[in-house]
Design a protein around this ligand. Sequence first.
Ligand SMILES: Nc1ncnc2c1ncn2[C@@H]1O[C@H](COP(=O)(O)OP(=O)(O)OP(=O)(O)O)[C@@H](O)[C@H]1O
Length: 837
Amino acid sequence: MERRRSKPVQNLPETIHSLIGLKSHLTSSWVKSVSNIAKNVSSSSEISSTSKDEDDSAFIRVQSIRDQLSTLTVQVNDQNKRRRQILNEFLDLKGNIRVFCRVKPLDSKNLRAPVASDTRNVFIKLTESKRKTYNFDRVFQPDSSQDDVFLEIEPVIKSVIDGYNACIFAYGQTGTGKTFTMEGLPESPGIVPRAIKGLFKQVEESNHKFVIKFSMLEIYMGNLRDLLVSQGTKPIGPIPPSLLIHTDAKGEIDIDNLVTHKVNDFDEVFKLYKLGCRNRATAFTNSNSASSRSHCMIRVSITCAGATERRRERNKIWLVDLGGSERVLKTKATGRRFDEGKAINLSLSALGDVINSLQRKNAHIPYRNSKLTQVLKDSLGKDSKTLMLVHIGRKEDDLCESICSLDFATRAKNVHLGQEESKEEQEKKEAVMMNLQKTMETIEKDRETTLKEIRYLNETLEKLSGKPHVTEEAEEVDLIREEIQVTPKLRRNKSRRASDVFCSFMRPTASSNRRLSGADFSPISSGPGSKSRRNSMAHVRSESVCLPMTKNVYDSLCDSSERSVSKSTCAMSQNRTDDAATVYSQDISECDIKLVVSEHKTEVQQTGQGSARKACSKIGIFEKNVNQKTEFSRINSWLRSQSENRICVLDKKPRRLNKDISLGRSSNGNKTLGDIEESKTEEAGIKHPLMLKDLSEMEYMCSAETEDQILSKYPNPSEEDNASLHHLPSFRYDGLSQHIDDAWFGVARSANREEQDSHASGLLLELKQPLPNSQRGLAFVEEVVPPLLRPQGIFVERGRGAHTFMQKLEALCYRTLVGVGLIDVSYGSDFFNGLTQ
Ligand SMILES: Nc1ncnc2c1ncn2[C@@H]1O[C@H](COP(=O)(O)OP(=O)(O)OP(=O)(O)O)[C@@H](O)[C@H]1O
């Protein structure tokens, strides 16, 4: 349009000038040309003025839409504010801590039911003549649907969008339907899915931008566990027993290192929720075949910048499925079940105390009495909205538990009981609430219309100007979005999802995950992933390469000492420490056999301490002259193809090897795997024929100190460690690990020689399946473990006296075989062939 208008006008003087230059040749054609030009000029100025008008009107329209949008935004913000105020008034009248009761339907209609209810009361028939009545904000009778329940919850969800903290929890005896209410079934979803869907719906409808984040944890036996991180993927350094709770400067409660995922829609939350549920502790009890043995807590955090009508910029809602309260005497629980029940009851009692103190407006609220109340501190009472759903059964058998639960709930709404309102007062209050509700409905309708208008204007504006109307507030939210770093754990969890379907001993360890992801040799990762907890604990990790190998090659290696091979252990077991069967599908520690390719014996020796240093020096023998570079990437791919065939089983207790042995230089900050990797481009596969000198040196080193002497210098673990070590059922072989779990570096020195030997037993390699106990020592000797690292097997099978002799004999045999060229221990041997092909 611009070109059409300006071109003829620009050419006009030029054209006239040229025509004037031709005045000597004035002809009729000249006149014609001039008149044509004049015509052109007039028509182009017409076009120009029309398009200018069009432009101007479009500009004015855009401007007016923008003005309208600004006015509507102010209007909708005002409506939001009014809605928030009215909703808050409404909830205040209802009570910021409200207690509902849900009565579970009877399994069979023939059963006698001493429990009856109406919409506000629960009646308990104690004897033929004695009844007790409990009064609640609302009672959901046995035939109440999930919809009925959610209808009462919805205002709380709205107030969460308004910036209030909230907490909804399900309380009650085991098997009374807490999980049913919170989670529901696919055909009748419970509070959690509905609340989250509701939140996203509200967010969609809002004129503001929200950032929603999801976390899930459980409080099991007083410990906070992150449910979005399977324990198996956690760093296998010193795992903190419980996540730590802290209060920030604003008095808000946060949990250190709790995984928090930004979620964009319900599907994302659902996936995370399922993942969390898989990691939850449940068990068979007398009352419920899949009883929750912990408090399961979901936190949905909401951030919305620039929404002045909201109570606060960041707020959260906790959705809590409490562990089942039960009389441990009735459940006849023993051992772990008993402890779990005790822990649940203690924290529930602390929760009751806190709610009671809040209701009474006491000066001191005993938050610190349990982890549960510490976590919920800023979401209970006061400015927050709290909903407690007490669950009871109707069975006569459960009467005692039902009364306990009802008493607990009554205590939570103590103030209401203490200041019972008259009927008149109640009616007045209800009338006010009704009015408020009507006003709220009108405001919501107006708000909806305003929002529709805003949406329409935004679309028109986008069509006219090609870009949507961006408010300052939206820009602010975008900044927040950028600020929020989604932890890389989601990716890790996602990548693990397929494997999570396996039982835990079949699942890959952290190290094998890394191997599969091809990140084995990237100790310093760039990008957001590098900030994960795993990386932050690099100082306790072993940077190592595991070289699985056949018996002969391994022995050759050890004896030839031409390659750097060191060994370390760390432990991983399935957490099946329960005397009954708590299905706790989390690995708590890790066991690997590692053969660490490192470069300098001397540095390894420096890292060790005391006896460990001696052990290192022995291992260091093997590390001599390993400056030659190996094709690590080939090792890696070779490992991938091989590792599936090997399972390592730790026989009762792992031998304690100082972590520095395997850490090599990484823990000291000397040489790390990264250094090794740097050198990988250098020549690979150099042949290093075995030197008889080395063999004799090795023999000397091996015989200089007996295994007994070495073992005696390893620190003994605590009794607790011993106990936990006994629980290790099996260990898997991963081929590669970068972690060492300090907890698993213990070997008990029992007074009983036989026990000591078997306890000190090191690592037993099996193919596919664990060997029977009777064969373990044998397998230890025969399969893969070098002489230095397999003492107990020899002790068991051949007796201690024979050990040194056997070692010497083996060394001598190798020396002879190598001398006559029958054994090739160089890179040409089958193992290294596998790597360098
Ligand atoms: N209102 C209800 N309507 C229909 N079925 C119900 C209802 N409440 C509970 N159930 C059923 O009862 C069984 C036990 O319920 P649920 O597992 O929810 O109990 P719970 O209180 O969470 O137990 P626990 O504390 O041991 O985890 C489930 O099969 C559930 O479907």
